[in-house]
Write a protein that binds this ligand. Sequence first.
Ligand code: P53
Length: 483
Amino acid sequence: MEFKENFLWGVATAANQCEGGYLEGGKGLTIQDYVKGGGIGKPRMFRSTMEEGAFYPSHDAVDHYHHYEEDIRLLAEMGCKCYRMSISWARIFPTGCEEEPNQEGLSFYKNIFTLCKFLGIEPVVTLSHFEMPWYLVKEKGGFANREVIDDFVRYACCVMNYFKEEVHYWLLFNEINFGVMPMGAYKSLGLIDGKYLGGEAFISLKSMTVDEKVRFQALHHQFIAGAKTVIEARKISSEIKVGCMIGHITQYPLTCRPEDMLECQHKDRLLNKFAGDVAVFGSYPSYMNRYFKEHQITIQKEPEDDGILKAGCVDFYTFSYYMTNCATIDDAAEQTDGNLLEGAKNPYLTASEWGWQIDPKGLRYTLNELWDRYHLPMMVVENGFGAPDEVGADGSIHDDYRISYLNDHIAAMGEAIEDGVDLFGYTIWSAMDIVSAGTGEMKKRYGLIYVDRHDDGSGDFKRIPKDSYYWYAKCIQENGKNI
Ligand code: P53
């Protein structure tokens, strides 16, 4: 395997899943602070008023807010070249509408970036990872409201400016493409169906649907916000590079039946390619016109929008890769039991306990597909294995299943590089165990570092490196040569 000499090996997290300290340092509430934990077959529940005494996973998360120094030192000891993390928008602008930023929030991240720099770790920072200030959701209707573009750009400019010495890699919206699905609407677009804003009953996030027209309009505003951010970034520093971030759920046709091929192409375009095409090419792809027409969707655009999109194309392409799914028109086909994203089961693959199909070769396939389409430098910014780890009697954690998953995916990246793909970095999900985004569980552990924290709120937040931590340290040291 030949990885570039300066390949960015690293790990990833997201603020709402690890920080906790949800009311500390002047932070405002975010949409995630209103969402309860769930599990397999138990959807996460939302209500627009918080229930006294109830458990909300984001409130303490794994207390990275107070453990960041220990956490980042552990990453440095592992040899990490980069650390992908996100800034919580509401730590900087508590309601999203302030004119001036919250200095305590800026100081918190300044400490993190200064420490990273001191330890030789390059920060890769997501501006919005599945959260926005609650005020913007409740009072403005999230990204459905065009005003929120300016709120976001003000926030993005503030942090890109303030951290311009320390941070050169910025990612816009985490898995922006999930906004095309009902399940993605609340997270990054901040869309809550109005009738649930009264605060009376809990509603399952799975059953909360937001009208498709509203979703696509909000997504348009998000595209504009992203493009404006790129335009501003170039004025702030010539050293800044901005990337898009796509949750790539690669689709295979279940059979070679032509109808399945077309279904697969359609799903892939709508779910995986649409948002990336806009970010990379700076215009809407023509295949969306028919979809919009058939679904009676008319995007309200301002006259300047086309120009903004064209001028604000991203510098690099990043994506998360966990699994592949099959597409078919056959309604009777057996489905995967992944509780968020439906897809037909692939008879050649095994799956995690949560129904996510394990497909390392699919990563080589995906990287090649994306390279052929975009010809942009790429980074895999999430890839990892969620499993319920056990701490042994001697205090060690033998997660050979995770090592095997990671090993095979790194090998697949090596193959893709041999195929000619320009891949410059890889960040494993996740650095330490953190709250699962989909289920809100701690039990679905992804970390290379164990955290003593459990779904009933027990645990003392102690950090213990797992076997995979030592394995990855060796992989980084050898620059992936012995995979
Ligand atoms: P969890 C679904 C499918 C693929 C990626 O996910 C996804 C999701 C959302 O659940 O999200 C990304 O924790 C996301 C992270 C998340 C990670 O994948 O549901 O960017 O925030 O934690 C893993 O198992």
